[in-house]
Design a protein around this ligand. Structure first.
Ligand code: BTN
Length: 267
C-alpha cells in the first residue's frame, strides 16, 4: 500500500526501489507536513498497521528527539522518517534497537557519500564530529512483550544552514561534503541497511550488530563528560556490553550506563 502527499518523495518510486523481499517498506506513506512522523506511526500502529510500514515527511511541525528535545529540520531538504516494527520479542531485546538504528544510518551515509560516519553512544550519528542524524526509538509493550516499536530517524541531508543555537553541533551531508544528495537514493540505502540489521536482530545475531556498531564508535579509550539526569559526570568510555550498555571507568571503578547523555568526547 502506498499513499503520497509529497512533491519531494514518491511512495510509488520508493516501493519499486525497495526490493519486494525486504521486510521494511511494503507500505509507504509520504507526506508534505506532519506534526511528528513518530506520532503518526503510533496512530497507525494502534490502528493495526503492519510491521515494516514507513512514514516519510518533508517537514514536521512538532518533531521531537530524546530527552524531550525538539527536532528541527528545514522543509524538503532532509530525511524525516519513522518505521513501525513488530519484532515479537521481549522488552529486554529492545535495548539493541537504538544501536541498530544508528548503525544503519552510519552505514547508509558511508554507502552514499563514501565518508566515514561515527556513532556517539547510544544513537547519535556524527560526520566531521558534528551531529548529522538522530534516532528516537519508542515502544509499546504489554505484559513484558513488545506490541510494536517506532524507529524515528532524522538525517540532515541537504540543509545548508542551522539556527545559531544548533550551528556549533549540527551538520548535514551537504555541509560536510559540499555535495547535494538525492534524498530518494539516501532513503533507499537507509531502508536497505535497516532491513538487513533488523534481519540480524530477528535471527538472534546480536553479536554482529554490536561489532558493526563498535567499528563505528570512536569514543572508546577517550575521556567523556555526560549527564545522568541533572548530574554531570566524567570518565573514560571503555566499551559496550552484550546489551549495548556503555562501560565507563569512573575513578578506579567501572560502571555500566543504560542511559546517559554524552556531552563531550576528548578525542
Ligand atoms: C535525537 O537525536 O534526539 C533523536 C531525534 C529523532 C528525530 C526523528 S525525525 C523523525 C522522527 N519524528 C520525530 O518526531 N522524531 C524522529
Amino acid at each position: 500500500m502506498t499513499v503520497n502527499f509529497s512533491a519531494v518523495f514518491s511512495a510509488e518510486q520508493l516501493t519499486r526501489c525497495l526490493a519486494a523481499n525486504l521486510h521494511i517498506g511494503k507500505s509507504i506513506f509520504c507526506y508534505e507536513d506532519v506534526g511528528s512522523t513518530n506520532d503518526v506511526a503510533h496512530r497507525f500502529a494502534k490502528d493495526g498497521a503492519r510491521s515494516g510500514t514507513v512514514i516519510l515527511a518533508e517537514f514536521q511541525t512538532a518533531g521531537h528527539g530524546r530527552n524531550a528535545k525538539q527536532w528541527v529540520a528545514q522543509k524538503g531538504e532532509n530525511i524525516i522518517t519513522s518505521i513501525i516494527l513488530r519484532p515479537n520479542m521481549s522488552l529486554e531485546s529492545l535495548t539493541y534497537m537504538p544501536l541498530l538504528g544508528a548503525l544503519s544510518v552510519a552505514q547508509a551515509i558511508e554507502d552514499v557519500t563514501r565518508q566515514r560516519a561515527e556513532i556517539k553512544w547510544p544513537n547519535d550519528v556524527l560526520l566531521g564530529r558534528k551531529k548529522v542524524a538522530g534516532v528516537l526509538v519508542e515502544t509499546s509493550a504489554q505484559a513484558g512483550m513488545v506490541d510494536y516499536v517506532v524507529v524515528g530517524i532524522g538525517l540532515n541531508v541537504n540543509q545548508a544552514q542551522f539556527p545559531d543555537e544548533l550551528a556549533e553541533h549540527a551538520t548535514s551531508l551537504f555541509l560536510q561534503t559540499g555535495t547535494a544528495y538525492d534524498q530518494t537514493t539516501m532513503f533507499v540505502s537507509l531502508m536497505r541497511f535497516l532491513d538487513a540489521n533488523y534481519a540480524r536482530l530477528k535471527s538472534g545475531d546480536t553479536k554482529s550488530i554490536l561489532n558493526l556498531w563498535r567499528a563505528h564508535c570512536e569514543m572508546f579509550g577517550k575521556h567523556i563528560t555526560f549527564y545522568q539526569g541533572d548530574s554531570k559526570r566524567e570518565g573514560i568510555a571503555l566499551d559496550i556490553d552484550e546489551r549495548g550498555f556503555l562501560k565507563v571507568e569512573i575513578g578506579q571503578k567501572e560502571e555500566l550506563l543504560s542511559q546517559a547523555e554524552i556531552q563531550t568526547i576528548r578525542y
